[in-house]
Design a protein around this ligand. Structure first.
Ligand SMILES: *Cc1c(COP(=O)(O)O)cnc(C)c1O
Length: 471
């Protein structure tokens, strides 16, 4: 059995993988992390080269969750989650292909799944794991999530129609592209409820914390990247990407919002993936950039940008890194997070650490502007003929500023079809849509959302009504 502990634990109490995933977040407000480090040896890693992604996934996951899901069940879940039919544009069956676009510069496309964003890579298997866990224990679950756009559609594609789950997704009223809104609206109905919040991502996140303090809703679960199941499902593609690009060590550049994807890269490195540095690419919302560069975690003022899925100023998964920096001392993590909540600013030096402590763990960062993203979209198109989306452009912008001493892989976290307005602004045209997305947005999207203020009472009233209606 694999054991998971809360970043804020005072007792060291652990839960198994299934329980960590069904809870989403620890009852003490912390996030689950593995209680012990496991590692694949060099032969086990090199054996993964050239194998179908589904197999890479099962091997890497087995080392992480150690039989908490029976192996035959895991193989079934993986086969369904990554069925070829869900990745119609994948060439030669490669679901996470790496393409070279310049000198020591690569893009790994993680966005070929059902909703054209990398979040499908995690939510497709996670929904099935949760369904399995719920039926094993004969439970039902309310999930409350907040999304800057891509999590909502990706989660809804994965959870729609599951009988044991009621899914409430909040999205900020401003910032999403028309394609994102239309895509989400299509899923409304049945067990899926979309709420449009007049407020920011971080504001909506704070609502969840408030609601969980209420006895009636204290056990609502999460499918945001605070859920370790999301992280666990994102680790395998780092192995696949590194092995596709090179036989030696690589750097990854990760478009970063809530710090979940890059934290998965960090876990992949600890598990034995040949990764040298992980580079957090921020947009103008630069909280993780500043934490990495200056050792000061500083609450930025949320700005709406052209890479809206990264418009996050309090990256929640950063707490998992803090836990590691503070050597698993839950009490110290609590102090750190409390200081952040109260003052909006914490320095690593206040905890006896060097300002460069995160860099020394093998991280680096960059924060790019709208003008840089546009320039990078043009640069990639003119040098390789590939059209990238604005989030991927944040990563490639960072890579253009690096020395690239080793192969540098930028993660492509969304297809350009999701952000056509910005692509058009950069290139003067948009690429032809993949066949399956041709009609998205044709019927408008205003009906698919329940508008609401950033108010926990309003939200609870609405949730109560829907729970009653579904009973
Ligand atoms: C969610 C998302 C990100 C940010 O990933 P995190 O795990 O939150 O850091 C980047 N790009 C796109 C397109 C996304 O949907």
């Amino acid at each position: 059995m694999a054991e998971f502990v809360s970043t804020r634990s005072l007792t060291g109490e652990t839960v198994d993988y299934q329980e960590a995933v069904l809870r989403g977040q620890a009852p003490d407000g912390g996030l689950y992390v593995p209680a012990a480090d496991t590692r694949l040896n060099a032969n086990e890693v090199s054996d993964l080269a050239g194998r179908p992604y589904q197999e890479v996934f099962d091997v890497v996951r087995a080392s992480l969750i150690d039989g908490d899901i029976p192996p035959e069940e895991q193989v079934r879940i993986t086969a369904q989650a990554y069925a070829a039919g869900k990745f119609p544009e994948a060439k030669d069956g490669n679901l996470v292909p790496v393409e070279q676009i310049g000198d020591n510069l690569y893009i790994q496309n993680l966005s070929l799944g059902p909703t054209a964003a990398f979040k499908d890579m995690a939510l497709q298997p996670l929904a099935r794991e949760m369904e399995y866990g719920l039926s094993e224990t004969d439970r039902e679950l309310i999930i409350l999530g907040v999304s800057s756009g891509d999590t909502a559609s990706s989660a809804e594609a994965a959870f729609k129609g599951l009988s044991r789950v009621l899914l409430f997704m909040m999205t900020p009223a401003e910032g999403m592209s028309d394609f994102q809104k239309a895509q989400i609206a299509e899923f409304s109905g049945g067990n899926v409820h979309n709420i449009s919040i007049r407020g920011s991502f971080d504001g909506a996140n704070a609502l969840i914390d408030r609601i969980k303090k209420h006895p009636e809703f204290h056990d609502v679960s999460a499918i945001n990247s605070i859920n370790f199941g999301r992280i666990a499902a994102q680790i395998p593609y780092y192995f696949s990407g590194a092995l596709q690009a090179d036989n030696g060590e690589v750097d990854f550049v990760v478009p970063t919002g809530n710090f979940g994807n890059i934290y998965a890269g960090h876990r992949a490195r600890q598990l034995g993936a040949p990764i040298r540095n992980l580079v957090a690419a921020n947009n103008e919302n630069d909280a993780s950039h500043r934490a990495i560069q200056d050792g000061v975690y500083f609450r930025c003022d949320p700005q709406v940008t052209s890479s809206p899925s990264m418009d996050i100023c309090q990256p929640r998964n950063y707490e998992r890194l803090v836990y590691e920096l503070l050597e698993g001392d839950g009490q110290a993590v609590r102090r750190y997070m409390r200081q952040f909540a109260e003052t909006g600013k914490v320095a690593l030096t206040a905890f006896g650490l060097k300002p460069s402590a995160i860099k020394e763990m093998g991280f680096d960062s960059y924060s790019s502007t709208h003008a840089e993203r546009l320039d990078t979209i043009r640069w990639v198109y003119s040098s390789s003929g590939t059209v990238i989306d604005p989030h991927t452009a944040d990563a490639v912008t960072a890579a253009r500023h690096m020395d690239r001493e080793v192969p540098t892989i930028c993660l492509a976290t969304a297809l350009p079809v999701k952000f056509e307005a910005t692509v058009r602004e950069a290139l003067g045209f948009v690429p032809e849509r993949p066949e399956r997305f041709k009609d998205v947005g044709k019927n408008g999207h205003e009906d698919g959302f329940v508008p609401m203020d950033c108010d926990s009472d309003q939200l609870m009233t609405y949730m109560r009504e829907q729970v009653a209606a579904s009973a």
